[in-house]
Design a protein around this ligand. Structure first.
Ligand code: NDP
Length: 272
């Protein structure tokens, strides 16, 4: 029979490694499926999704800048998508559009299982207050960190997020320049690395062998990771999070949980 169709939808999207990741998952678990890039015009997200569904498409991963539109388009939301206020995974079933968000789970698995840093009891610093930061706050709080602090250029945006999640747990807010104590885990959820910049964090935030993770991934370490390494942190880019969120989406679609280790070795032989 014809393979089930999936894609990653975004703009731009050609750079996405998701098709390679899902192709390896499908081979490993013997799923009859095909996964492609799907470029949507900036003003044509819904039309592009609906055409994909009309052609028999079964599911989509959603990337920049459509995660909010995907949230609005979904007719049924998982609790974690509801909490994140954004959707990175769509699943199409008879007449319903299920919206899920696997980014937070992906990051937690990468930090706790792959990097080996427990979030429970840890002092966690989250840099940024955009969509990516929003998606990981509830999953972080669920693991009971000793402290969660958000720092952002616009402190008002950070304050807004802290207030939004206040029923899930205590979230502190700070300007970058006011940070002065050490953290165990520092997560860069800003997009600064995409333009080769970094959020202006003081060196004092890195305790010795702290984990510094940048959600951005690429061929070279971001300026944030270079800075963190200089100050004694263990560094990690966003590729692990990407693979783990993909595995979680794959599980939602296919009911099978792929092993992620073989995918790391295949797609990133130089992985730290
Ligand atoms: P948004 O545009 O929603 O938010 C951008 C954030 O970055 C804001 O907090 C903004 O601060 C801050 N920022 C931007 N430029 C700078 C700078 N030069 N210095 C300091 N702060 C800056 O983006 P998203 O939250 O959607 O995405 C953030 C990043 O996470 C992206 O690079 C994305 O690719 C990555 N990502 C990776 C994933 C993965 O699987 N690895 C999954 C999801 C996202 P302010 O509010 O003050 O403007």
């Amino acid at each position: 029979s014809a393979p089930d169709r999936y894609a990653v939808i975004g703009n731009p999207v050609a750079h996405s490694k998701s098709p390679d990741i899902h192709a390896l998952f499908a081979m490993q678990t013997h799923q009859n499926m095909r996964y492609q890039h799907l470029l949507a015009p900036l003003d044509g997200f819904e039309a592009t999704v609906m055409q994909f569904v009309a052609e028999g498409g079964k599911g989509l991963n959603v990337t920049v800048p459509f995660k909010l539109e995907a949230f609005k388009l979904a007719t049924s939301l998982t609790p974690r998508a509801q909490a994140a206020g954004a959707v990175n995974t769509l699943k199409f079933e008879e007449g319903i559009i299920i919206g899920d968000n696997t980014d937070g789970k992906g990051l937690m698995v990468d930090i706790v299982e792959n990097a080996g840093y427990p979030v429970a009891g840890a002092r966690v610093l989250l840099l940024g207050a955009g969509g990516a930061a929003r998606g990981v706050i509830q999953p972080l709080l669920a693991l009971r960190p000793a402290r969660l602090m958000i720092a952002n250029r616009s402190v008002d945006n950070a304050r807004e997020l802290a207030d939004f999640f206040s029923s899930a747990g205590k979230v502190d807010v700070s300007a970058y320049a006011a940070l002065q104590e050490p953290f165990d885990i520092i997560i860069n959820a800003t997009s600064a690395g995409l333009s080769n910049e970094m959020p202006p964090v003081p060196a004092a935030v890195f305790r010795p062998s702290a984990l510094a993770l940048d959600m951005v991934y690429g061929d070279r370490p971001t300026p944030f990771l270079d800075f963190a390494a200089t100050h004694g942190a263990v560094v990690r880019d966003g590729f692990g999070m990407l693979v783990e969120q993909a595995a979680e989406s794959f599980f939602l679609w296919r009911g099978v949980r792929p092993a992620t280790e073989p995918v790391f070795s295949a797609l990133r032989p130089q992985a730290a």
